[in-house]
Design a protein around this ligand. Sequence first.
Ligand code: ZN
Ligand code: FE
Length: 255
Amino acid sequence: MPLELVTIPCLTDNYAYLLHDDASGHTTLIDAPEAAPILAALAARGWRLDQILLTHHHSDHIQAVPALLAATSATVLGAQADAHRLPPLTRALAEGDSVAIGPERAHVIDVSGHTVGHIAFHLPQSALAFTADSLMAGGCGRLFEGSPALMWSSLQKLAALPGETLICSGHEYTTSNLAFAASIEPDNPALQARIASVARARAENRPTVPAHLSVELATNPFLRARLPHIKAMIGLDRATDAEAFAEIRARKDKF
Ligand code: ZN
Ligand code: FE
């Protein structure tokens, strides 16, 4: 039996995720924006929360930890580099570590850039990656702490995962991300098709996450910064990939 994935809308535009293994009864939460919808999702399924994985220190990803610990006896895992600004950790993680989720392993990838200390979790067996505010649907997180070069190298680690990997990101920003993407690459048919399907999903109030990495590679301008025709379109023919990424990120900040 594969792990069951539940996407939980929280706050105005955040997502938390549950992973559940039926055979062992194990349940892991990825990020903790808001306790009530997470506890409701657990209760509706009769699941007991065992483990909370945190991607980064921003309050909209960790603020429900105290309320969840009051209601469950879950362990809390997050980045060693962020231990001083995360809730108390049962276990501190660094790139290369792995975490058991039922019968599977989640591998820790350092994806610093949005913050320094942001980690992602990759489950090769289920082809899932929890990327929060690093790689997002149609976009990437704003660079609050890291340099463009650091975020570019983080995105390259995610871009190298198998294309069928489902990217589980932290926010419902896809509509505005894709509107920006179309300003960079208006004639990309895959992007136009994605804009249409995202519009349908949002009209029905459905989440636009998770999304396949293959779709991100075909439509996300931040992953496409290395392509010669993208560099040409932003007037940076001779730029390095990281320089092209930096220009696209700067344009998005003003979009
Ligand atoms: Zn954040
Ligand atoms: Fe966030």
